[in-house]
Design a protein. Structure first.
Length: 383
């Protein structure tokens, strides 16, 4: 706890660099070591086993971000409490007690569990449309505000100033508007951290002990859809972020409408399902299919039936790509089946930048028409 003298000055606790919180990013530690302790860039590079230019980029990045008032305040708090020697007179600052100073100790002493708990609670509110985190110098706490369609603002969460400082140090939020009341919005790193923490919480609730995909969860976006099998309709859980087409289906254009309509995404998923059923993907390991078949070893027969995949699914994929033709079929195959991103597909096909998105949309429109004309609205049966 912080000690306060009779004259209102703050007696800072005796903390050392070893007391830095475990969640503090390594880049922040490097920046503070260089700017507060005076450690040279080359010495830091030798200590961390990194190139000196990498350390220099990290230092310049955080030095440039000190124009952000919350980032500047967080770096000052960490440096003041953790990196000053015990006999430094600067450890006892002759300043009046303020909202920011009352929470500096919590910034340093906030543990990983508390940060994760507050992250799950607050970041869930920040991902909502129109939500921002508002904070001012005279405010002891920060608030998450959401703008409603009628123009009113709704407060959805309140958090300690120390937690907001931890968020900015972790790059979970970024300043959208600085001023008397600064507004912050969630970043891509914040969304990824929320997905990772949510999946970890769900695994813990289900009683799963393994955590082999801890950081893989941040790249997943789970959803449910209804499928029909022999037992009737049922809901299945799937990762919509796996397909580049699904990602495009969630993007909105200038009018707020999805760039790819749901039926176009469904057509792309139908092509990918047939592709997976047909086992038509490229082999990336040793082919052991014919290792123990001496008479057939080294030969290939399309009708042999050995690990060739369902023939009907192969026929459906071939018919769809043949109907699309060159160009449209190429981009559909790469993005829907090989799950290549648009930039990779454009480079490999030799197309101009940002042209693949339009061509892919045309290909999916043609693919949807192919499925409607060939199989009807219900689509072909799996098998």
């Amino acid at each position: 706890m912080l000690g306060v003298d009779k004259d209102g000055t703050i007696d800072l606790p005796d903390l050392t660099a070893a007391s830095l919180p475990s969640w503090l990013p390594a880049a922040v530690r490097h920046y503070l070591d260089h700017t507060e302790e005076g450690t040279s860039l080359r010495a830091l590079a030798r200590r961390e086993g990194m190139h000196a230019s990498t350390i220099l980029r990290q230092v310049r990045r955080f030095e440039g971000r000190r124009e952000d008032p919350l980032m500047d305040e967080a770096l000052d708090a960490i440096a003041r409490l953790a990196l000053r020697p015990a006999d430094d007179p600067a450890r006892k600052e002759d300043v009046p007690m303020s909202a920011a100073m009352r929470h500096t100790a919590k910034t340093v002493l906030c543990d990983e569990a508390a940060l994760a708990r507050e992250g799950r609670r607050v970041l869930r509110r920040l991902v909502e449309p129109g939500a921002v985190l508002a904070i001012a110098p005279e405010m002891e706490k920060a608030a998450v505000l959401r703008e409603l369609p009628d123009g009113r603002s709704l407060r959805t969460a309140v958090l300690d100033r120390a937690v907001a400082q931890a968020f900015i140090l972790k790059d979970w939020i970024a300043c959208r508007k600085a001023g008397r009341v600064s507004a912050y919005e969630i970043t891509a790193a914040g969304r990824a951290a929320l997905r990772r923490m949510t999946e970890e919480e769900e695994r813990r609730r289900r009683g799963l002990a393994e955590a082999g995909a801890e950081f893989g969860d941040q790249h997943r976006h789970w959803d449910e859809r209804e499928v029909i099998d022999d037992d009737g309709p049922r809901k299945v859980r799937y990762n919509v972020a796996e397909s580049p087409v699904a990602l495009l289906g969630r993007r909105l254009d200038r009018d707020g409408k999805p760039f790819l309509e749901p039926d176009l995404v469904d057509a792309a998923e139908r092509l990918r399902e047939d592709f997976e059923l047909a086992q038509m993907g490229p082999r990336v390991a040793q082919n052991w299919d014919r290792f123990l078949t001496g008479g057939d070893r080294g030969t290939y027969r399309p009708d042999s039936g050995l690990a060739e995949g369902p023939s009907q699914a192969r026929a459906r994929v071939a018919a769809a790509l043949r109907d699309l033709g060159p160009g449209l079929g190429d981009v559909a195959l790469r993005c829907c089946c090989f799950l290549e991103g648009l930039e990779v597909a454009e480079k490999r096909l030799g197309w101009a930048a940002r042209s693949g998105k339009i061509v892919l949309r045309i290909a999916l429109m043609r693919l949807r028409r192919h499925y409607d004309e060939t199989y009807g609205k219900a689509g072909p049966l799996i098998g």
